[in-house]
Design a protein around this ligand. Structure first.
Ligand code: UDP
Ligand code: MG
Length: 324
């Protein structure tokens, strides 16, 4: 991990935009904006960001008073801006909506959650690393104490699987990161519908660093990620980013073929030696086993076909209804 200290006083302050996706966050968003603005002021005083650095809240189809809260914040200061999406397009799409709307206006763009689970004191460390020439800084969680045990175990399996299939995944990194505007311009060229940002940033490259932080509990409201949604995100991450499961299907086929050859030899030998195997139990078992494996393999292939289907339609990833 790189150290965040040592930026000289002559280092350049960057105009920074903090992108905050919000889906039904009316209880917390006003408070979050205040806390982040105060942090931006403190960083401006230290010469880490320019005084006109600002926030962009992206309302991802909230059905509560989130947008009214964003408008209220925007009326109070020009440093709080907002984008309202026309429907719920999902967290990654809300993030890119905010990033693409602002990378011509800001020099560094940071994405963080609306619930203050991402520690705001890390922002200064991120900016110090940008002053040292880093183009992307990943927030990495050291502790998952706030998550319940099943979520921690699932996270461990997920990151291990991702790492085994694609060495570039950063363990413990979610969507708390800062990136130079140039990196966001490059991200814009990735037109894929199946957005997996955690994997895309390491793929884009450029000098990067990691800052570790302890993830806190939610300030207010409830998590928008149910277990089912988390599982779908994990599967989406794996299939959007690596074709290893397809290769595993091929290996499964190969193993099944070898097993079939062994069984055939055994059956032939038994028939030749005048000792045919009795009953259909072994047959039924083999049939059930092979059809199950076949179904799983078809499911995996189907998942990729589904992804191709989504990609070829070229639907817009988000639609902006209003700005503030
Ligand atoms: N979010 C979003 N669209 C969604 C779901 C979530 O913009 O469809 C936002 C949400 O408002 C929050 C962030 O994504 O700012 C992370 O969501 P949450 O805190 O519910 O997830 P958790 O921290 O529990 O994993
Ligand atoms: Mg959260």
């Amino acid at each position: 991990m790189s150290s965040a200290s040592g930026a000289g006083p002559a280092a350049k302050a960057f105009r920074t935009c903090i992108v905050i996706p919000c889906c039904n966050e009316q209880e917390v968003i006003g408070h979050t904006v205040q806390v982040v603005l105060a942090e931006l002021d403190a960083m401006a005083a230290q010469g880490l960001v320019t005084p006109d650095s600002y926030i962009c809240c992206v309302d991802d189809g909230s059905t509560d008073g989130t947008w009214q809260e964003v408008l209220r914040c925007a009326q109070g200061t020009p440093r709080a801006t907002g984008i309202k999406l026309s429907a719920n397009f999902g967290h990654p799409n809300a993030l890119v909506a905010g990033l693409f709307a602002n990378h011509h206006k800001a020099q560094v763009l940071i994405t963080m959650d609306a619930d203050l689970q991402d520690d705001v004191s890390v922002l200064a460390r991120m900016m110090a690393l940008h002053q040292q020439g880093k183009m992307v800084v990943y927030g990495v969680r050291t502790e998952r104490k706030v998550d319940v045990l099943p979520k921690r175990i699932a996270a461990w399996f997920y990151y291990s699987a991702m790492h085994a299939m694609n060495g570039r995944t950063i363990r413990g990194h979610a969507d708390f990161r800062s990136a130079d505007a140039r990196v966001i311009a490059d991200l814009e060229r990735f037109g894929e519908a199946n957005l997996y940002l955690r994997g895309l940033f390491p793929l884009i490259g450029y000098p990067s660093a990691q800052v570790q932080y302890e993830r806190r509990g939610r300030q207010a409201g409830v998590s928008k990620y149910s277990y089912a949604k988390l599982m779908s995100l994990a599967w989406q991450g794996i299939t959007s980013f690596t074709t290893t499961p397809l290769r595993m299907v091929f290996y499964a086929g190969l193993i099944m073929f070898l097993v079939a050859v062994a069984v055939a030899c055994w059956v032939l030998w038994a028939a030749i030696s005048g000792n045919p195997i009795q009953g259909w139990a072994s047959l039924a078992l083999l049939l059930a086993l092979f059809s199950a494996i076949n179904m799983i393999c078809l499911g995996v292939i189907g998942e990729y076909i589904g992804k191709i289907y989504k990609e070829v339609k070229h639907r817009p990833r988000y639609i902006i209804e209003a700005t503030a």
